[in-house]
Design a protein around this ligand. Structure first.
Ligand code: NAD
Length: 398
């Protein structure tokens, strides 16, 4: 079939296998260009390993540290005449590249929130690696089924306390307009925290520790976001921010549990980037478009792979120290939060309209990045060619 992007709102329902492979290859190329890092973990479990920050973490672990990796994700396999999801193709491509480089790489496709997948992963670690030295927790999901009671919680992106009106952009149509979002109910706040907070991260660490598969000195890292004032009402002070506070608190509790093993637990505050998760948040894509323009102009723009390479090279390994902020978090959002960048965002923000969107922001770059997430717009890929969506991979349908 000829595979073209089919964008529906903030998701693209098709993905290009060769395009996704080219995207993975380019991230691997970047990591290799930076060279091997010292004191890297050798056996790494990445939960949420197929796209965005998790995929970048898996690539850095493997190609900057020669680590054996186990990746967990929830992705749709391809069928005759129907493409799989981008994360499925990314993971197939990652495994092929890792194996070609002589590295151990296995993946488990299924619901990471479930006990079944936790057990499968523990069995895989026991059989193949014995233990893991690092656990990267990078899930972003709209819902979670609690394995203890079978209840399904839904995550919402809403302000807390009062309704909120702000500028947003329809990235597809290029229309800038005001959006008003009603505040979340208490139940919505609790459910969003149950999905995107730290409970499942802690359940993973408890399960891994109980099974004896965490190596002495094991480190675990999860990702969070703070961002600037223009996004606070919907992000940091909204339902997702409440969940992130819970995640950050879980780091302290996990660190306490890992202390007897000599282990460590961190939350890293990362930069706002175009991913499948962030494109679903109102207001944020417009902020990202403005941010990209300003950071590119100053030559300090980074994508997921540059962020995570720097996280390992300058905060976690390689002789570096985590350089924690007063709340005990790693900050790799330092360039995004630089005062000159944020002052410039604040200047642009009130001025952006549908008419000047293209000139004031990097909406073009945003759209390009968005399509690249699904394997479209990569150099060297023939998008007019007949393409078989079915690609062999060593993991199942979930
Ligand atoms: P993403 O959508 O690219 O990746 C999400 C990953 O989670 C995928 O691998 C997906 O398969 C997996 N996943 C989702 N539900 C699952 C389930 N039930 N079982 C197993 N796997 C499942 O998201 P992302 O933007 O890379 O986000 C990862 C983390 O980084 C999140 O905690 C997010 O809040 C954080 N973060 C993102 C940004 C940003 O701007 N994108 C900034 C800072 C922090």
């Amino acid at each position: 079939m000829i595979i073209k992007p089919k964008v529906r709102g903030f998701i693209c329902i098709t993905a290009h296998p060769q395009g996704c492979a080219a995207n993975v290859a380019s991230q691997i190329g970047y990591v290799k260009s930076k060279g091997l890092l010292d004191a890297m973990p050798r056996r790494v479990l990445v939960i949420g390993a197929s796209t965005g920050y998790g995929l970048a973490s898996r690539i850095v672990a493997a190609f900057a540290g020669n680590a054996g990796t186990i990746g967990v994700f929830f992705e749709k396999p391809p069928e005759e005449g129907r493409t799989g999801s981008a994360g499925w193709y990314n993971s197939a491509a990652f495994e092929a590249e890792a194996h070609a480089a002589g590295l151990y790489a296995r993946s488990v496709n299924g619901d990471a929130f479930s006990d079944t997948i936790k057990r499968q992963v523990i069995d895989r670690i026991k059989a193949d690696l014995g233990q893991v030295d690092a656990v990267i927790y990078s899930l972003a999901s709209p819902r979670r089924t609690d394995p203890r009671n079978g209840e399904t919680y839904k995550s919402v992106l809403k302000p807390i306390g009062a309704s909120y009106t702000a500028k947003t952009v329809d990235t597809d149509k290029g229309i800038v307009s005001d959006i008003t979002i009603e505040p979340a109910t208490d139940l919505e706040i609790r459910e969003t925290t149950a999905v995107m907070g730290g409970e499942d991260w802690e359940m993973w660490i408890d399960a891994l520790a109980a099974a004896g598969v965490l190596a002495p000195g094991a480190t675990t890292v999860s990702y969070s976001y703070i961002g600037p004032k223009v996004t606070w009402a919907i992000y940091r002070n909204g339902t997702i921010g409440r969940a992130k506070e819970n995640l950050e608190a879980a780091a302290a509790s996990i660190a306490h549990k890992l202390a007897p093993l000599g282990g460590r637990a961190y939350v890293s505050i990362n930069k706002a980037l175009v991913t499948q998760a962030s494109s679903a948040i109102p207001v944020v894509p417009l902020y990202i478009s403005a941010l990209y323009r300003l950071m590119k102009e100053k030559g300090i723009h980074e994508g997921c792979i540059e962020q995570i390479q720097r996280l390992f090279a300058q905060r976690l390994c390689n002789g570096a120290s985590p350089q924690l902020d007063v709340e005990g978090r790693i900050r790799i959002d330092d360039l995004e939060m630089r005062p000159d960048i944020q002052e410039a965002v604040e200047k642009i923000w009130p001025a952006v309209t549908t008419e000047n969107l293209e000139s004031l922001t990097d909406i073009a770059g945003y759209r390009k990045e968005f399509l690249r997430l699904f394997g479209f717009g990569l150099e060297g890929v023939d998008y007019e060619a007949e393409t078989n969506p079915v690609v062999p991979a060593g993991f199942g349908g979930g």
